[in-house]
Design a protein around this ligand. Structure first.
Ligand code: ADP
Ligand code: MG
Length: 398
């Protein structure tokens, strides 16, 4: 005998099942995916197993599960939503720790695995450049509340925003962040950040820091703060794995050496150009991945860049791969001068340099204007290959 259920909960369950069947296809189950991918990379000997990284990965996996549940729920019918409770909210994450611990790598793993279309991963500096450009344009048209308009524009195409290398040194950024992030959280944008500093240590000693602390409090309230204490500086480990940091001559293998070095540091990341903003100008670098840049002598020293550009590059990148330093003749004195300025900036900021050159450092520039001063550059180039230098900490943006 067929019995028609009369209990409201039983009816609700039946309706739910019917609507579930009618709903569009769900994402396949991605639980445990990041662990699997991490373990696969370990098995392939691309990376070493690190239990601290694994713990951070579990937080990222939890967020991945929340995102999948949330997107699946959004696709359901109104009737289904009325009858079931909404999924857990997506928890924004802030991952901090020393350099070379794998923060950017874990974020990349998470980002690639995340099946939503409305996602974006961007270097924090690049992101702030866009923010300032938008605000500038908006205000030129005399419109009000640029930040609210910007947040809405971002929300239209981004549900998950991954900001790599988050840091605050600039008062203009410091004053915008609180209002911008408040809007992000209000509009339901999930943010994942990596940084070298705990939120409480951002913008230390900055102007109007009191005002900035409103942002810090918001960040700590709205995102889960995770410290990554991985067992070693993997960047250093990869530096040691290179056959050299100063490679010469510019033979058939030199080009391969440059690309192998890039792959060693980025785990075979695709090559994409990057832009730096220096004193209102744009400096374009042909390949940028997080805090690693792959560039060439021609790009940095033949073009007329100056000290401000080199300092910005030195702050921005902890590792610079510089291809094709030629032997410099007296008529190349301008290039030699720029190269000296570049090496000074890199040296002072403890940037790790991997380069290919036509001749050993001592033979790079032996006669011509400034050849005497160039000896300082030679000495620095040699010191920059030493173990002590390789172990020193990059002095980047605070
Ligand atoms: N467990 C690991 N084993 C080997 N290499 C790793 C591991 N974790 C990270 N790396 C590599 O070490 C380098 C530094 O990692 P990265 O993610 O850039 O560090 P961070 O963002 O914390 O400064 C990268 O080349 C990365 O691919
Ligand atoms: Mg990083």
């Amino acid at each position: 005998m067929l019995v028609w259920p009369n209990h409201p909960l039983v009816i609700a369950d039946m309706l739910k099942t019917i609507f579930q069947r009618a709903a569009p296809e769900q994402f396949s189950d991605l639980s445990g995916l990041l662990e699997k991918q991490y373990n696969h990379q370990v098995a392939q000997s691309h990376i070493q197993h690190d239990s601290a990284q694994f713990i951070a990965l579990l937080h990222l996996q939890k967020l991945l599960d929340q995102i999948v549940a949330s997107v699946d729920y959004d696709r359901k019918s109104v009737a289904y939503k009325l009858l079931s409770s909404p999924p857990e909210k997506c928890q924004s994450l802030y991952i901090f720790g020393d350099v070379g611990r794998g923060k950017s790598m874990l974020m990349a793993l998470f980002y690639e695995a995340c099946p939503v279309e409305k996602k974006r991963r961007v270097h924090f500096n690049m992101f702030m450049l866009e923010v300032h450009a938008f605000i500038h344009d908006w205000r030129r048209q005399n419109k009000t509340d640029a930040i609210s308009a910007l947040a809405k524009k971002i929300r239209a195409s981004v549900f998950l925003l991954c900001l790599d290398e988050f840091h605050v040194t600039d008062i203009a950024d410091a004053m915008i962040l609180e209002r911008l992030f408040a809007k992000f959280f209000e509009l339901g944008i999930t943010v994942v950040m990596t940084s070298n500093r705990h939120p409480d240590d951002l913008y230390l000693g900055g102007l109007q820091r009191e005002q900035f602390l409103i942002f810090t409090r918001l960040l700590k309230r709205k995102s889960k703060v995770i410290e990554l204490v991985a067992k070693e500086d993997y960047r250093l480990m990869h530096l040691h794995a290179l056959e050299a940091t100063y490679y010469f001559p510019l033979d058939a293998h030199a080009d391969e050496f440059v690309h192998q070095s890039y792959n060693e540091f980025t785990n075979f990341a695709p090559k994409q150009a990057g832009v730096l903003q220096v004193l209102g100008r744009k400096v374009i670098l042909s390949v940028v991945h997080g805090d690693i840049a792959l560039t060439s002598f021609d790009e940095l020293c033949v073009q007329s860049l100056g000290s401000a550009d080199y300092i910005e590059i030195a702050r921005e990148f902890s590792t610079l791969i510089l291809a094709g330093i030629p032997r410099l003749t007296p008529e190349k004195r301008n290039e030699a001068k720029r190269f000296m300025t570049l090496i000074d900036a890199l040296y002072e900021h403890k940037v790790k340099l991997i380069c290919t050159a036509e001749v050993p450092a001592k033979d790079l520039y032996t006669e011509g204007d400034g050849a005497f001063e160039f000896r300082r550059t030679v000495s620095r180039l040699i010191e920059m290959q030493s173990e002590a230098y390789l172990q020193s900490t990059h002095i980047g943006h605070m």
